[in-house]
Ligand binder design. Structure first.
Ligand code: 13P
Length: 364
């Protein structure tokens, strides 16, 4: 039934949300996603022989945020709760440091996944109960946007209608709550790389997921100009024997977006989902070279594809900090260029550039 009553945020709130969303996807810039949970970052610390302590997690994030000229190609960072409250060695709060660098801080708000009862081994994302209150708190602490991820698995009979509708409703409720407290919601429906499906199936599933999501956002009166989308790129599954060119991947991805995402939404910031650093850059570049009209900015919001070489190079040692920071800058520059369609394939080489970042059931 069509609604007899609805409203949008007041004009001042709309203007603030829109300005923030647009600043995050400013030309040549993208997002550094460093919102790994304590458990997630623990796996990375273990790989370089470090204990998963509050201080080691802080030291790693300090390395990232103290990188000089980070803001040249990074407009925003996504943080995990603990990081919001941490400081550098010399006592500067991370939030203050980011502000000085003109980098917009955001917060991961989802509380991870739990099984979706009676589904086909699918999941739902938790964290809605106290969300309005948490949004207000993070806004007070200086966060200006948020992220919430809902994973969807491709299988013979999945994603199910149940899982698709659940994803859309959860993301729409989250988005509305964010906007009610002045945070720009990044909505992240993540169609996973896991599986042996081909690119055609990945395209159809991503199309269905985005169409369902945008209907729900509309139903919840979400102000699209003050939101961002963080989707997967459309690729064959990790286990597929099919290999597609970056141009085929780019065309499938842009085709899906054109069919499902309203032009009012200012920007798409892709996740890297297990792609290697170089793949993530090359695909983004190809996406920006597709000869079809695309009304949104198309950029990056990478976790693994911006940090894999940093981890390898740092190895937990103080003497490697500068070198690790330079690896980070190489990748941010490559992706900044790719977001403009100006990256030359293979022109940037980093320690873990070609290494796949995929692992089954990845823990964020
Ligand atoms: P990846 O780029 O590693 O998939 O991380 C994206 C993400 O959702 C973290 O915010």
């Amino acid at each position: 039934m069509s609604p007899t009553y609805f409203s949008y945020p007041d004009p001042t709130a709309q203007a603030e949300l829109k300005a923030t969303a647009e600043a995050i996807v400013a030309p040549g810039k993208g997002i550094l996603a460093v919102d790994e949970t304590n458990e997630g970052i623990g796996n990375l610390l273990a790989k370089i022989g470090l204990e998963n302590t509050v201080n080691n997690r802080r030291r790693y994030r300090q390395l990232l945020f103290t990188t000089e000229t980070l803001n040249e190609h990074i407009s925003a960072v996504i943080l995990f709760d603990e990081t919001v409250h941490q400081k550098t060695d010399n006592g500067t709060p991370f939030m203050e440091l980011l502000k000085q660098k003109n980098i917009i801080p955001g917060i991961k708000l989802d509380k991870d996944v739990v099984p979706l009862f009676l589904s086909l081994d699918e999941v739902t994302t938790q964290g809605l109960d106290d969300l309005g209150k948490r949004c207000a708190e993070y806004k007070k602490l200086g966060c200006r946007f948020a992220k919430w991820r809902c994973p969807l698995k491709i299988g013979t009979h999945t994603p199910s209608v149940q899982a698709l509708n659940d994803m859309a409703q959860v993301l729409a409720r989250y988005a509305a709550l964010c906007q009610s407290e002045g945070l720009v919601p990044i909505v992240e429906p993540d169609v996973l790389l896991d599986g042996d499906h081909d690119i055609v199936r990945a395209q159809k599933v991503t199309e269905g997921a985005l169409a369902t999501l945008y209907k729900a956002l509309n139903d919840h009166h979400v102000y699209l100009e003050g939101t961002l989308l963080k989707p997967n790129m459309v690729t064959p599954g990790q286990g597929s024997l099919q290999k597609n060119s970056p141009q085929e991947i780019a065309l499938a991805t842009v085709t899906v977006l054109r069919r499902t995402v309203p032009p009012a939404m200012p920007g798409v910031a892709f996740l890297s989902g297990g792609l290697s650093e170089e793949q993530a850059t090359v695909y983004l570049n190809a996406i920006n070279q597709v000869q079809l009209y695309a009304p949104w900015r198309l950029t990056f919001s990478y976790g693994r594809a911006l940090q894999a070489s940093v981890w390898t190079t740092w190895a937990g040692k103080e003497e490697n900090v500068k070198k690790a920071q330079s690896e980070l800058l190489k990748r941010t520059k490559a992706n900044g260029l790719a977001s403009l369609g100006k990256y030359e394939d293979g022109s940037v080489s980093t320690a873990a550039g070609k290494k796949s970042n995929y692992n089954a059931n990845h823990k964020y």
